[in-house]
Design a protein around this ligand. Structure first.
Ligand SMILES: Cc1cc2nc3c(=O)[nH]c(=O)nc-3n(C[C@H](O)[C@H](O)[C@H](O)COP(=O)(O)OP(=O)(O)OC[C@H]3O[C@@H](n4cnc5c(N)ncnc54)[C@H](O)[C@@H]3O)c2cc1C
Ligand code: FES
Length: 252
């Protein structure tokens, strides 16, 4: 596997909420090989370590990334302007394996919602999407998900928009109508989804977030405890072996 850093042109930039940005990066070669659930390791001007951001969507030669300003790196990145060059290593990670013959529920929580867009678009209108947010001010990508034409549910923790409560309530209501779950979001959400999936005997893939340095499996910075086939503890790299893991192998 070759990990070349490549330049992309920032062809459009949108601000989705007070802290969330939507970047459209042009690179035909990378767009052609990027799969749902993979991520880009983005060089931040003035920083040595890159920042991992999931691919939100791919359209033609455009890779779309949606990120929240959390610390210094994402703050600097948010000041990039249309026409700037953004250097990325991508596509990285395994991504979601999306079988054509399964009824899939894609579940996103907060800033875990963006990678669900490309994933759900790939599955098409027969899938279900359930996105959960803290409150109305954090809701993103509604129109993009509506365009897929699939069953689409949104929740907020405080009921200020969509269904009041966590994503797990609507999931439990429709769980008998699906075969498989793909989820990305905060760890407590993933853990609850994993236990619902286990209870109902549904296949479940979760995308994990871990602090990263190299992003390509060379530094051990992103190791996570995983159960092997015998149920014994082993360590895997979220950047290289993940970020997507089978829920039953994750040690919560
Ligand atoms: C596979 C993957 C996909 C991600 N996708 C998205 C996304 O689509 N949108 C989004 O907003 N965020 C995403 N994140 C989280 C994002 O990488 C962090 O918010 C970001 O790196 C924080 O950098 P910072 O410099 O602003 O913060 P700081 O806290 O100042 O970062 C300092 C260092 O820690 C690392 N770091 C900090 N937080 C994280 C974190 N949560 N995960 C990994 N490294 C971290 C940074 O790379 C940097 O080296 C993803 C993380 C992973 C692992
Ligand atoms: S970040 Fe270096 S091994 Fe994963």
């Amino acid at each position: 596997m070759k990990y070349d850093a490549q330049d992309c042109k920032l062809v459009a930039k949108y601000q989705l909420t007070s802290t969330i940005y939507d970047f459209r990066l042009r690179n035909e070669e990378l767009a052609a090989i990027t799969r749902p659930g993979q991520f880009a390791h983005i060089l931040v001007p003035g920083k040595t370590l890159r920042r991992p951001i999931s691919v939100c969507d791919v359209e033609g030669d455009i890779i779309r990334v949606v990120f929240e300003v959390r610390g210094e790196g994402t703050e600097i990145l948010s000041h990039s302007e249309t026409g700037d060059i953004v250097n990325i290593i991508a596509p990285l990670g395994n991504g979601f394996d999306i079988p054509e013959d399964k009824r899939i529920a894609f579940i996103g929580g907060g800033i875990g919602v963006p990678p669900m867009l490309y994933s759900a678009k790939t599955a098409g209108s027969s899938c279900t999407v359930i996105n959960g947010f803290r409150d109305k001010s954090a809701v993103i990508l509604t129109e993009d998900f509506r365009k897929i034409g699939c069953r689409f549910i949104e929740t907020t923790d405080n009921g200020s928009y969509g269904i009041h409560g966590f994503v797990t309530s609507p999931l439990e209501e429709i769980i008998d109508e699906i075969d498989m779950i793909c989820a990305c979001g905060p760890t407590p959400m993933l853990k609850n989804i994993a236990s619902l999936a286990e209870k109902h005997g549904k296949e479940c893939l979760v995308s994990l977030e871990q602090r990263m340095a190299c992003g390509v499996g060379a530094c051990l910075g992103c190791a996570v405890g995983i159960k092997n086939e015998k149920g014994e503890l082993t360590y895997k790299h979220v950047c290289k072996n993940g970020p997507v893991f089978r829920a039953e192998e994750v040690i919560w």
